[in-house]
Write a protein that binds this ligand. Structure first.
Ligand SMILES: [Zn+2]
Length: 407
């Protein structure tokens, strides 16, 4: 396999999580009688451009699961994040009714609704039919397509280049990152600004977030690697902000390579910090598997001990992270009888691979577990608050990443 950015043959393994089904392939009861499709889940790192990337096995369209779509607007904290971003960008870039904003992967309109409210023309690009329809009901025009160079050029030819192109949690999920970036360049007006948000590889390394690895997540991005991808597409990084979302994300600001705006000090500072932490050297990648294995072993040890001593354990949060962790650890319903999730669409189904049933959160009240494992550790505080009623009955909360912690 060759690097998706620079074409160098990939020889350096970063992480091997064995074989796993696509993380959003939730099972119906009838599916339990059938075999499941599993793909190797291996992450390689390019020792030339240091892009960390999944090995090519499954194709994106195979991974897309038609009866499940994530609606961004279900998270109130994410809606608030999007509203703050929109206000900030309108002021910072001086956007008016004469401006044009494009969001790639506009989902259900959680972000662009703010630009519609401010009277700024916008366009969403979103291939998922159900979320696109929801956005259109909010008055947001949506192109139901995958974004890439061809679509970027088409928009430019129609005179629809944007003053602002936003992409939240899409860049890491794009199979062809070069093509996508060339599309951004083509669709960007001269003097326009691109912002992309994605989980930061430096945080993944620092906090052993190996459970954020799944097939649909093609790239694990540093500022260094994004800088290289931008440069190859005639773009340049202007500014970068570190965000707390998704366990530590970057918001990268980009522009055309040939425009006069100067890059901020934050860009040079973060590039230097990544270098200091060894992101452009082999060692940090070679030791990661061992760290991931320690997290996995500790979780498994904890679950086995609870089973032997007759304690009751359940989990909360049937999201992708949980699937990666449980499948790598080989946890099955004998060790973890159920996972609760507030999303009705998941309730009554089963976790892919582990086949652990997904129940509504009310199941915790009747079960009265000794321990609840919070699988999405990035929202652990929020979940503990929601489930505060359980602590009065002696329930304790557990997170497994970056290390096993019992609160
Ligand atoms: Zn490369």
């Amino acid at each position: 396999m060759k690097c998706r950015h620079c074409g160098t043959p990939l020889t350096l393994m970063f992480l091997d999580l064995g074989c796993a089904p696509p993380s959003n392939a939730y099972l119906h009861a009838a599916d339990l009688e059938r075999p499941e499709l599993c793909y190797p889940l291996k992450i390689m790192v390019c020792n030339r451009c240091w892009l960390v990337q999944t090995e090519d096995h499954a194709r994106a369209d195979e991974l897309f699961c038609p009866d499940y779509a994530y609606f961004s607007s279900t998270s109130t904290s994410w809606l608030a994040h999007a509203a703050r971003y929109s206000e900030d960008m309108i002021v910072r870039l001086g956007l008016t009714a004469d401006s044009f904003v494009i969001e790639v992967a506009s989902n259900d309109g959680y972000l662009l609704r703010n630009f519609v409210a401010a009277g700024i023309p916008c366009l969403g690009i979103e291939p998922t039919v159900s979320t696109a329809a929801t956005a259109e009901k909010l008055g947001i025009p949506v192109l139901r397509e995958f974004f890439g160079e061809q679509l970027g050029r088409q928009l430019a030819a129609q005179g629809r280049q944007a003053d602002l192109i936003a992409g939240n949690n899409v860049y890491a999920h794009v199979p062809d990152i070069n093509d996508f970036t060339r599309g951004l360049q083509a669709a960007l007006k001269p003097g326009g600004t691109i912002t992309l948000e994605f989980p930061h590889l430096m945080q993944l390394l620092e906090h052993t977030q190996f459970d954020t690895v799944y097939h649909e997540h093609f790239s694990y991005l540093s500022l260094y690697s994004v800088n290289r991808v931008f440069q190859a597409a005639n773009l340049r990084i202007l500014h970068v902000e570190q965000l707390s979302t998704h366990g530590g994300s970057l918001r990268v600001f980009g522009c055309h390579a040939d425009e006069p705006r100067l890059a901020t000090q934050a860009v040079a500072d973060l590039l230097a910090e990544e270098a200091r932490r060894g992101l452009q050297a082999i060692a940090v990648y070679q030791e990661f598997q061992e760290r991931a294995n320690r997290v996995k072993d500790d979780l498994l040890g904890f679950l086995i001990e609870q089973k032997r001593t007759g304690k009751k354990v359940a989990a909360y949060g049937a999201a992708a992270k949980g699937n990666t962790l449980l499948n790598y650890a080989g946890v099955k319903p004998d060790l973890l009888p159920f996972v609760c999730d507030a999303a009705k669409i998941k309730q009554g189904k089963f976790m892919p691979g582990s086949r652990i049933p997904i129940l509504p959160p009310s199941a915790l009240t009747t079960y009265e577990p000794d321990y609840v494992i919070i699988l999405p550790w990035n929202i652990a505080a929020e979940v503990r608050n929601q489930l505060a009623g359980l602590t009065g009955r002696g329930t304790r909360f557990v997170t497994a990443v970056p290390r096993l912690e019992i609160a």
